[in-house]
Design a protein around this ligand. Structure first.
Ligand SMILES: C/C=C(\C)C(=O)SCCNC(=O)CCNC(=O)[C@H](O)C(C)(C)COP(=O)(O)OP(=O)(O)OC[C@H]1O[C@@H](n2cnc3c(N)ncnc32)[C@H](O)[C@@H]1OP(=O)(O)O
Length: 726
């Protein structure tokens, strides 16, 4: 847990030991205390060094431990103070990471030496907390208020070189950090320790501290939106500027306890582990991350340079994977090339600020072509043409002929059947769905869809590709809309039904934005373009000429249907790109949504035509119908084995659909509301709308309620045998 050794008779070494990241669990901290006492009591020991095992100092407090009752009330600050009060110099040797409590331990030390590749930071804010080991009081004393406030309220990891400039560390070394720390420890033996004890230092003054803090708070509130932790972090740092150290520490603890017991901290910590859990993918057929090895991707190709293709090319170039970008003709190729170059130039500028470079002018790294023959030697192709099954099949047939046998063939689709696409090839085991989210070079989610024949190697390779592209890959089964969009359909459907019954787009959006979504469903549809879904509905016989004559306007296949979105499209209202959709915009391509009297009139006429009695719909009903129908679909997806756990759906929603992370994702949210309540509400709404299948409670949800509303992590054990429907 923490190993006590000696580097020489005069130097004691305490090595934090808790693989994989030396998290500061209670036993680790107790062993650290024992080590300090032993070193203090040994007259031959003249200095102490603290380091971490396996090239990592420490990733901070054990996040799992926050939920353990026995660790409550034990303050990390106690251990940090013990280090600082030591009568012998204590040197931190920082390798790998010193994050959160790990950095706070280092701040208790009298000196800090870091390896040049080490990263430091106080990321507690990202898991809904504040640095509760006196970090909010020590850091401003060491590096000043502006830098400390930035590090504490953003949680960003800073590289060792920046840490040196800020004065956070005393030395940065390129070689052996431990040896450098030993050298420093030997050098400082006998020197006075008072000036090195941060708790005794004043916070460096700013001529305009009050103005600085007020301005910083305004900025922070704007960025933090509905997140509690950033503002409480701010208050703790402000306390450091106003109060003596001990009172500041009391304030820090008080604020920490507010956050610790907040639902936000629990949701954010759940999200942290969910993101890691989805990397350990499994399928109902028994393949998993443990029994599949990814193949290396030395060269890739992207077909189609529309919005998605451009983003995907940019992502690949950023990840240093050589790319061949292919379009169907020279005109499209030139337009696509210009757009890609623009994106890459912007990305290069961002990266240069972080001292990295992006090499995209070299044709060996990025080649534009209209010739399929250029794909002969690539290891993986991502087809990103628009959603048209015959076109995709034609392309896959060609790829199957041209690409080398080992090449993986990926399709970027948001809903289409992977098996049907794979059937056009002679290698369905190499075909995998890679659903990117727009803008593809920015959005972190990558939905990875396996078909009936997709090999475990192909899945593992797509997952590995996701990692290399710095995305969160979530493996799901094949069904219409996969996991994310399949859950989105009932959500959007409810939003439109609410308009039919009496609500307005701005009212529905407001409720969902107050809940924490970045944008509500109507603003989202306007942004994405209403024509995409219209084309899909026409293709599925739900809209346009393919609807059989005599079909009731508000019914399809025996269930309720709203033709309102079709009506907008028929009027050329495709959203932002046409300047009109569910809202009106200042111009085509404009971004400022304004409520539109035209739409309000259309809604009134529509209700009159269809004899719908307008009623007032309160916020609770708006929220519940939209969210609970989405969650209900999630339970069906779990029951069918399309996703292997609720965490998968939550990660998809957080990283692909703007679900507020501080609410942990839809399935986590359902668990916090309580499944009996979700079920009761769905039952009530379903009785009121019997022709809406999405409101009919899922059998799996009913089962979970019947067995007593078990915690989320136990849900999957109540499925007797998950089976992929396909
Ligand atoms: C008050 C609060 C105080 C004082 C705190 O200190 S709160 C904790 C603050 N620290 C953090 O938030 C750091 C969280 N960890 C990370 O950012 C990253 O894990 C990492 C940068 C340290 C390493 O990243 P990477 O190399 O990509 O590896 P993983 O993220 O996959 O992590 C490996 C496994 O370690 C587990 N882990 C990581 N940090 C912690 C932690 N602080 N407590 C408990 N467990 C932690 C992580 O879940 C992975 O576990 P497995 O999935 O392999 O089981």
């Amino acid at each position: 847990m923490a190993q006590y050794t000696s580097a020489s008779t005069a130097l004691a070494v305490i090595r934090l030991r808790n693989p994989p990241v030396n998290a500061l669990s209670l036993p680790v901290l107790q062993a650290l205390e024992d080590g300090l006492k032993r070193a203090d009591a040994d007259p031959s020991v003249k200095a102490i060094m603290i380091c971490g095992e396996n090239g990592k100092f420490s990733a901070g407090a054990d996040i799992q431990g926050f939920s353990l009752p026995k660790t409550r009330g034990i303050s990390l600050g106690h251990f940090v103070s013990l280090i600082e009060r030591c009568e012998k110099p204590v040197v931190a040797a920082i390798e790998g990471v010193a994050l959160g409590g790990g950095l706070e331990v280092a701040l208790g030390c009298h000196y800090r030496v870091a390896h040049v590749k080490a990263r430091m930071g106080l990321p507690e804010v990202t898991i809904g907390l504040l640095p509760g080991g006196e970090g909010t009081q020590r850091l401003p004393r060491l590096i000043g208020v502006p830098a400390a406030l930035d590090i504490i309220t953003t949680g960003r990891h800073i590289p060792a070189t920046e840490a040196l400039k800020l004065g956070l560390v005393d030395e940065v070394v390129e070689e052996n950090t431990i040896e450098a720390a030993i050298r420093l420890a030997n050098k400082v033996i006998g020197q006075p320790l008072e000036p090195r004890r941060l708790s005794l230092r004043p916070v460096p003054k700013l001529p305009n501290m009050e103005a600085f803090l007020s301005e910083a708070l305004v900025k922070l509130k704007k960025q933090a939106r509905r997140y509690l932790a950033p503002e409480l972090c701010f208050q703790a740092v402000r306390a450091a500027t106003e109060l003596p150290f001990a009172d500041g520490v009391r304030k820090e603890r008080e604020l920490f306890n507010v956050l610790l017991t907040s639902g936000q901290a629990q949701a954010l910590q759940y999200a942290f582990f969910a993101e890691r859990a989805v990397q350990k993918w499994t399928t109902p057929h028994g393949s998993s991350w443990q029994n599949a090895s990814p193949q290396p991707i030395h060269k890739a190709a992207v077909i189609g340079l529309g919005t998605m293709g451009r983003g995907i090319v940019t992502s690949l170039v950023k990840a240093s994977i050589p790319v061949v970008a292919l379009e169907q003709n020279l005109e499209y190729l030139n337009t696509g090339r210009k757009a890609v170059m623009l994106l890459l130039e912007r990305e290069a500028m961002k990266m240069e600020q972080g001292a990295q470079t992006l090499d995209f002018h070299n044709p060996a790294r990025l080649q534009f072509t209209v010739d399929f023959d250029a794909l002969r030697d690539v290891d993986l192709v991502i087809e990103a043409v628009f959603e048209n099954m015959p076109l995709k099949k034609e392309i896959f047939q060609k790829l199957s002929r041209i690409c080398k046998p080992a090449a993986f063939l990926c399709t970027n689709t948001s809903a289409l059947n992977i098996d049907e696409i794979a059937s056009a090839t002679s290698r369905p085991q190499q075909v995998v769905g890679t659903h990117f989210f727009s803008p593809a070079h920015i959005m972190r989610l990558l939905e990875i869809i396996y078909g009936h024949h997709t090999s475990p190697t192909a899945i593992a390779t797509a997952v590995q590709l996701g990692k290399v592209l710095k995305k969160v890959g979530v493996v799901v089964g094949n069904c219409f809309g996969f996991a994310g969009n399949r859950m989105m359909f009932p959500y959007v459907e409810q939003a439109v039904f609410l308009l039919e019954e009496g609500s307005r787009p701005e009212a529905v959006d407001q409720v969902l934005e107050d809940f924490g979504f970045k944008i509500g469903p109507f603003r989202m549809s306007d942004l994405a373009g209403l024509d995409v879904a219209w084309r899909s509905r026409k293709g599925r016989g739900l809209a346009g000429d393919s609807v059989p004559p005599g079909t009731p306007a508000r019914q399809r296949h025996g269930r309720r249907y709203s033709p309102l979105p079709d009506l907008l499209c028929e009027n050329g209202r495709f959203g932002q790109k046409t300047g009109k959709g569910w809202y009106q915009y200042e111009k085509a391509g404009g971004r400022t949504a304004k409520p539109d009297p035209w739409l309000h009139n259309v809604l009134t006429q529509y209700r009159d035509t269809h004899h719908i009695k307008t009623r007032f719909i309160d916020q609770e009903e708006i929220l519940e119908r939209c969210l609970f129908s989405l969650i209900n679909e999630g339970f069906d997806i779990l029951a069918e084995g399309i996703a292997s756990g609720p965490e998968h759906l939550d990660v998809i929603y957080i990283h692909g659909y703007g679900w507020p992370k501080h609410r942990g994702g839809p399935m986590f949210y359902a668990s916090t509301v309580g499944l009996p309540r979700v079920l009761a509400k769905l039952q009530r709404y379903s009785e009121a709308h019997p022709d809406v299948p999405a409101l009919r409670p899922s059998t799996f949800l009913k089962k979970l309620v019947a067995v007593g509303n078990p915690p989320l992590k136990e849900w999957m054990s109540y499925l007797s045998r998950p089976s992929n429907k396909l």
